[in-house]
Design a protein around this ligand. Structure first.
Ligand SMILES: C[S@@+](CC[C@H](N)C(=O)[O-])C[C@H]1O[C@@H](n2cnc3c(N)ncnc32)[C@H](O)[C@@H]1O
Length: 284
């Protein structure tokens, strides 16, 4: 049986339409075909269908993470599930880890991170706009993950407070100006993720990542196309989202330690010591 407090996706198959509702005794869900009492819904189990007063069938489904994201109250552009899923995998987010991100925005990605870090992990999120931080907090409370998130109202110009983070994510308009702050916050060998909506932002960011010696730099775009599910007419749906953003990933590396040159490299004109880039500062 479905319990009080559980989130239920009430799905109408004829229109692929749905309501995401937290069950509460005494509450009702309106539909075009009459009201559904929560107390009646809680007499059912997930997966079951039931009829409205006007005889239309709705199903009670367990909501996926994407259902929360799609319904999040937003005042900013948000990170959508197609990117969020890839980000989780690529930043290696696991229960118990600490994720640092900027900006918080409406809290979409922040709540997804919070979902995966579990009660033993935490998300430290930063935004310079208090109204967005507040909106994200409310979204996180609705999602039930606010206790795993530290909301900081602070500009990234001041840097992150954390050090040795398991992962860092930047979703700000000028990430190339903040690669130094991401580098400071991130543990060596761990992953930085960045989302930018335009290609010119990629170029600037690539240069900054190179300056800080980030390794395994990747730039990618995720395209998603849904198909109609009519068995005799399988083909792509008419509409698709053409563009959301570009993802960038990179791994923090440490500068190589100084090695004693075996020969007089200045005389031989070979590579500079330390294995560092040719234009890097010489080792002290
Ligand atoms: C596109 S939104 C982030 C959306 C968020 N990732 C989500 O999924 O809901 C970008 C946010 O970055 C914040 N921001 C931009 N520059 C910033 C800075 N220098 N320091 C802190 N926050 C900043 C903005 O206020 C805005 O809320």
């Amino acid at each position: 049986m479905i319990s009080e407090g559980e989130l239920v996706l009430i799905w109408y198959p004829k229109k692929n339409d749905s309501f995401l509702v937290r069950m509460q005794h005494g509450m009702v869900q309106g539909t075009h075909f009459g009201e559904l009492k929560h107390s009646d819904l809680m007499q059912h189990s997930f997966g079951e269908g039931l009829r409205t007063p006007k005889g239309e069938v709705y199903y009670l489904l367990r909501p996926t993470l994407g259902e929360y994201t799609r319904r999040i109250k937003r005042q900013t552009q948000i990170v959508f599930p197609k990117e969020a899923g890839f980000i989780i995998e690529h930043l290696n987010i696991f229960p118990g880890c600490t994720v640092v991100e900027c900006g918080t925005g409406s809290g979409s990605l922040c709540c997804t991170f919070a979902h995966f870090v579990g009660d033993t992990g935490k998300v430290c999120t930063y935004d310079r706009r208090p109204e967005f931080s507040e909106l994200a907090r409310k979204n996180a409370e609705r999602w039930g993950v606010a206790h795993r998130i530290e909301f900081n109202v602070r500009s990234l110009d001041e840097g992150f407070k954390e050090r040795g983070a398991d992962a860092v994510f930047l979703d700000v308009p000028n990430p190339w100006e903040h690669i130094d702050k991401a580098y400071e916050a991130l543990a060596p060998g761990n992953h930085l993720g960045i989302l930018v909506p335009t290609t010119n932002q990629i170029s600037e960011t690539l240069r900054a990542l190179q300056d800080f010696g980030f390794a395994d730099v990747q730039v990618l775009e995720i395209m998603l196309r849904h198909y109609k599910t009519e068995p005799n007419r399988i083909r792509p749906v008419d509409m698709m989202i053409g563009h959301t953003g570009y993802l960038m990933f990179a791994v923090k590396t440490l500068p190589m330690e100084c090695e004693e040159p075996e020969t007089d490299v200045s005389a031989s004109g070979s590579e500079p010591p330390c294995g560092a880039a040719e234009d890097a500062e010489p080792c002290a």
